[in-house]
Each structure stands twice: as C-alpha cells, then as structure tokens.
Ligand binder design. Structure first.
Ligand SMILES: *Cc1c(COP(=O)(O)O)cnc(C)c1O
Length: 459
C-alpha cells in the first residue's frame, strides 16, 4: 500500500498500526497524533502546514538545528563508500577512528578513549558493566552497587531504566539489583519549609555521603548523575550541590559518572555539563547531541585511570552490532565540525543563553509561575496555584498537560513534566526566535491562567 496524503487518513493508519513510546495509546489514538513532515532551523512544519517553534530540539538532541545539508552529505558519502562494517574482532574503520580521536580532543583532559553504542540507554548499560568490570579487575568484586538519584533519567532499557529513578517506570518493570537511589537536588519540590536553596543543596549532596556510609564504601562502585536532570523536569541544582558532590567523590573510592546525554555538546554553555559545574568525572555518557539526532549514536568516554585498568583486564565481553556505525560516526563528525566552526558553545555561553535567560526570567512575574530557572539553553517554569508558598496543584500533571497543549496551539513545543514546563531549544536559535519563544510562552501562561480561573482552580 502507499501512504495516503490527508492528515485524517494518516492518523487513522498510525492509530491502527503504530505503538508509540511513553504514550497512553488509547487516548492518543482517540485524539490523533501530530504529524511532522519537515523542519528547518528551529521550525517544524506539520501535515496541516502549521509552523511550530521547536523549543525542545526534538527530544533534546537537534543542537545544530534542522536542515543541515552538510551532515546529510557526510552520511550519504559514507553510505556510498562503506555503509556498514563492525568494530568487533580486530577491525575498525575510518569514521570510528576519526570520531574517537575528536571526542578525546573535545572532552576534559582525563578522557582519551571512547566506547561506541547506538543510544543513551545502551551507553548506560555499557557503563554498568564497565564499572563493575573495573572493580573486578582490581580484585574488589563486591564493589558493584551504583548510586543514582530519584527522578533521574538514564534511559529505557531494563538496566538503564533501573539506573534511572523514575517511579512510574519502576512500577511497570522492577529495577535490577545493586542500584540505590538517593534524593534529587530539587529545591522547589523537596526543600523543607524555610530551607534556603544553599542549605538544601548541601543536604541533598550529603545524602551521597550518608548512602556510602550506610552501605559501606567497600560495596559502592559508582555514583551516576545528570549535571541537570532533564526528563525529571530540568532540575538545576542549587550552587552548593555540585562542589559538595565533587568533594565526596574525591574523598571516597568510587567512580563518578556524568550522564551528559542532554547536557553534553553545548547545552549548558560549555562543551559538557561537568565543565559548567566543575566536577571531575571518570566516565562521560553521551548520545543525543553527539549527532544532533541526525543518526542514532551513543558513546561512553572512559578516563585514563579507568581505561588503564580495563586494558589490563583481558576481554570486555560487551558490544553492539552497531557500535560505531560508520554512517552514524560520519554524522557525528560533521555535526561536531559545525559546532566548532560556528562556535555554538560560545554562542550559548555569551549570546543566546544570556539573552533567553533574560526573557525567560521575566516570566517569573506571572501569577502562575513559581520559579523560572535557566542555565545555558535549558530551562523550566514551575506552575503553582500560589506563588508565595511553593505549593502544588492538587491533581499533579493536569495543569502541566493543559499548558503544554496551549503551547502547541500557540506554535511552540514545550514539554510538561508534572506541572513544570520545560524547554531546550536548538543552540542556533536567534534573538528574533528567542523573542518569539518567550512571547508564545507568556501567551501560553495567560491562556492556562484564564482556563484555571474558569475551573475555579485559581482566584
Ligand atoms: C535521553 C536520555 C538517555 C537515554 O538515551 P536514549 O538514546 O533515549 O536511549 C539517557 N540519559 C539521559 C540523561 C537522557 O536524557
């Protein structure tokens, strides 16, 4: 059969045959999916011809924006020359060699080696095996517990989902053993009455020390964290959090894993989130922005002190058919070339980031907004029925979804996590587009507020 051209017919086919990730299929099929047909820069076009500003870079990945012919050409050239070969069994190929060397150059100095995967989830599965293997080789096999955080997102495979701290995911698939979840640094949602962000940040970080003491340092392999929790609602930790975590990781014999799947490749105004927050990881987890989403690819960067042990340990019994896929590596190389040539990291740090932050922070004056944090080009709006008291709406998630739907109607993709709206636009966004984004966000807040008044949920 061939694809019908009308939106209604395509929706019906989608509803009949396509199971979507993280979706309530019954209600999605009743409403119908939005069909995106093309994109350019920061703009999406749907099957009805609506132009929508993509405030989420797809799923946090299209850092260089849509329509980059240079990446397309690099992939096409590679597909013509060598569409596939593996990197198992004593073989390699040019794109994998070039990308590994490039990543060694772009990452902090302790990193010189890359293990390739097909996604962020596969990268985190790799990390679990890798840190356990590291301590096996060091003859400390009992050091295998990995400490993570509640409301963290590390992917969706059985192991990566276990590493993450998403209660709704754990409810449907019980976590694997030897993973422990501690508090997240979410001041708005979890601080005590009267506790300042600085006090709360310290307390949240010290939960790591307490967990290490409770379990015994001889059983803990590693701590994993996103510099800013993305899918958890863009949780930007208080300023006291990361220095305290860094201290604890230095003092204890554990590895520190920075999950840079979102924060890597310019998002926070540095190449990697660990540089923005001055932490010193032993392992970097990458995916998403590494190719700006043009091809699926993930990578794990391993610091020298870890890699040198692994190199002495014989076979590492792990890998994927598509580890270092040539066309995906070619996309990554072209993507990184664009980021370097256009100095997109500097653009986020010195131009687009501060400009968006100014407009975004001003939304904090809206009666629905409790806080409006932003670092680099990633930010959130916490919606609240009462600005003065850090209170939540009774039916958590309903107002977020309402606002998210208004946002789409207003031509802006924002995502809702609970009652928190989040954005992470392409790094190439211009001042004019930022003005447009902020105006549409404000209209969305106004529309939501008016509707909540009709419901009697706000005064
Ligand atoms: C998206 C994400 C992942 C998982 O990546 P996939 O490519 O979807 O498997 C892991 N960690 C973080 C921080 C993410 O945002």
């Amino acid at each position: 059969m061939s694809l019908p051209s009308s939106t209604a017919e395509m929706r019906a086919l989608d509803a009949a045959h396509h199971l979507h990730p993280f979706s309530d299929m019954k209600s999605l099929n009743a409403e119908g999916s939005r069909i995106i047909v093309k994109a350019e820069g920061v703009w999406l076009t749907d099957s009805d011809g609506n132009r929508i500003l993509d405030g989420m870079s797809g799923l946090w990945c299209v850092n260089v924006g849509y329509g980059r012919q240079e990446i397309v050409d690099a992939v096409a050239r590679q597909m013509t020359e060598l569409p596939y070969y593996n990197t198992f069994f004593k073989t390699t190929h040019k794109p994998a060699i070039e990308l590994a060397a490039k990543l060694a150059e772009l990452t902090p100095p302790q990193f010189n080696r890359a293990f390739f995967t097909g996604s962020g989830s596969e990268s985190n599965d790799t990390v679990i095996k890798l840190v356990r293997r590291y301590f096996q080789i060091k003859e400390k096999p009992e050091k295998k517990i990995i400490i993570s955080r509640r409301n963290a997102y590390h992917g969706s495979t059985v192991a990566a989902g276990s590493l993450g701290g998403m209660a709704p995911m754990h409810a449907q698939s019980a976590p694997i053993p030897d993973i422990l979840h501690i508090a997240q640094p979410y001041w708005w949602g979890e601080a005590r009455q009267g506790e300042t962000p600085e006090e709360f940040g310290l307390r949240a970080a010290q939960a790591l020390e307490a967990a290490i003491d409770a379990m015994g340092e001889d059983r803990i392999a590693a701590f994993i964290a996103e510099p800013i929790q993305g899918a958890g609602g863009v949780i930007i930790p208080p300023a006291t959090y990361w220095p305290e975590i860094a201290r604890i990781c230095r003092e204890r014999d554990i590895l520190f894993i920075s999950d840079e799947v979102i924060c890597g490749f310019g998002r926070t105004g540095s190449w990697f989130g660990c540089e923005t927050f001055h932490t010193e990881p032993d392992i970097l987890v990458m995916a998403k922005g590494i190719t700006s989403g043009y091809m699926p690819l993930g990578a794990v960067m391993v610091a020298d002190r870890v890699a040198e042990v692994l190199l002495e340990g014989g076979d590492f019994n792990h890998g994927y058919t598509y580890s270092g896929h040539p066309a995906a590596c070619a996309a990554a190389i072209a993507n990184l070339d664009i980021m370097l040539r256009e100095d997109l990291v500097g653009h986020v740090a010195n131009d687009a980031g501060p400009y968006l932050k100014a407009g975004w922070s001003a939304l904090a004056d809206h009666p629905l907004v409790g806080e409006a944090p932003m670092t680099g080009l990633i930010g959130a709006l916490e919606l609240t029925p009462d600005k003065t008291g850090r209170t939540s709406f009774a039916d958590v998630g309903k107002v977020g979804t309402l606002a998210r739907d208004f946002s789409f109607k207003n031509g802006l993709v924002m995502r809702a996590v609970r009652d928190r709206l989040i954005i992470a636009p392409p790094l190439v966004i211009s001042h004019g587009e930022i003005d447009e984004l902020v105006a549409r966000a404000r209209k969305t807040l106004d529309d939501t507020y008016a509707e909540l008044k009709r419901w009697g949920w706000v005064r």
